[in-house]
Design a protein around this ligand. Sequence first.
Ligand SMILES: Cc1cc2nc3c(=O)[nH]c(=O)nc-3n(C[C@H](O)[C@H](O)[C@H](O)COP(=O)(O)OP(=O)(O)OC[C@H]3O[C@@H](n4cnc5c(N)ncnc54)[C@H](O)[C@@H]3O)c2cc1C
Length: 384
Amino acid sequence: MELDYDYIICGGGIAGLLLASKFSSDSYYNNKSILILDPDFPKVKNDRTLCFWDKKKSDWDSFLTSSWENVIFKNGFEEKSLDLNPLNYKMLSSISFYKYTNSIIKKNTNIQVLNERVLNFKDYKSHCLVETNKKKYTSSKVFNSILDWNSIKNDQKFPLLIQHFEGWVIKTKNNFFDPKKATFMDFTIDQNSTTQFMYILPFSKTEALVEYTLFSKKLLDDYKYKSAIENYLSESGIDDFEIKSKESGQIPMTCFPFFEANTKNILNIGSAGGWSKPSTGYTFKNIDKNTSKIIRYVKSNDSFKKFMKKNRFWFYDLIFLDVLFDKNYLGKNLFTNMFKKNDPKTIFKFLDNKSSFYEELKIMLSFPKTIFLFAVIKRLIKGI
Ligand SMILES: Cc1cc2nc3c(=O)[nH]c(=O)nc-3n(C[C@H](O)[C@H](O)[C@H](O)COP(=O)(O)OP(=O)(O)OC[C@H]3O[C@@H](n4cnc5c(N)ncnc54)[C@H](O)[C@@H]3O)c2cc1C
């Protein structure tokens, strides 16, 4: 059978675009025909702020809006300044990312982008078939980054929390911020029996992204995000400010095994592939790492079924989410214990799934033991 394309990428967002640009920087793929399907292309809005921690000098440095050596954790009783050395907390605006990846894609005649909505796709073993609102296409491999929220919402085995937020980039009249310190989590706001905090990324003394973030089961009415930010700014003494831009979003926090839907020739990528860290929602570094892995992996022609599997970090995240799902009011307490009792370097290593078992044990012992032990037993009975 004559295939239309070698590879089809469903969804040209962060994962799809990064994968396509990595295909084009490896000569092995120069003669492969690649199709990206996304009704929303090219993306021209700065629709998300992508933050991550990394070594002081690392990829993406030339595209960053800002970076910080220290981050602050606050809970109302104390304020902890976390020295991230040898890491920095980095901020990449999505518009810089889109411009960069689009410029690469445009130069490569073997990559085509069509503004079509994917309706479904299937692996027929000899080829894959992708159906859009306009046409049908075949390919040897499909990379899917379209997240199906319904499948994770309806799943009974793995709890789903939503990381939902609204953020405003504001400019204040007077100097207010310390551009050297980002506020990672400010839990001084009323918790209302959920896990919620403010996240502040200052770019100068007068400019910052102020984001109201919740890890909870349900979204809020729109006006509640707005009033939470207004109250916070007012209580912080910021009354005179201008809103430069806004962002909002939802990130799935779940251990749902997305990768079990991978087939020999279809790989789920990005948030749709389970690449959002379940306990934190951080995704960008996983996208960067896993898209590089794909570039190597495809050459081996191995089945995508083996691309990802469960590991002990998946289990830790599962127990953490089980606890936070059942006792959503505990978030402030859990994060306080983690940041109070552990070295920030170890915490970020742990969150990067790179810690040793001894380090993990130390972090786990900083959480309320009875609650977590009970959660482990409950989970083992329920199944993993
Ligand atoms: C506002 C916001 C801020 C974030 N900040 C951070 C952060 O600071 N750090 C971090 O690590 N992560 C962050 N994330 C999480 C994560 O990094 C992003 O969600 C990232 O965009 C995930 O990439 P993706 O490719 O999986 O999804 P997306 O980038 O959302 O791409 C999916 C693409 O699929 C397309 N699509 C949807 N349906 C169809 C269809 N039927 N047919 C064809 N195309 C379709 C969409 O148009 C979209 O382009 C943030 C997310 C949001 C929303």
